[in-house]
Design a protein around this ligand. Sequence first.
Ligand code: ZN
Length: 71
Amino acid sequence: MDKSWMHCSKMAKEYEDGVEKFMRFTIANVKGNSVIRCSCTKCMNLSFRTHKVVREHLYFHGFDVSYTTWS
Ligand SMILES: [Zn+2]
């Protein structure tokens, strides 16, 4: 999967598309769990948040670029 969008400006359309792609990917893979690990620069995959909050964090804080393996 193309992850180059992670390095784009948060204002860029590519970033927005990437976040939406990431959210669809995680929602499809969590199989009904209401919370997922947040991959923003503040939570750094350590905190569990709802999809809605994760999306907000990715827009406001940015994506933790060290997190390149989606699982
Ligand atoms: Zn977060």
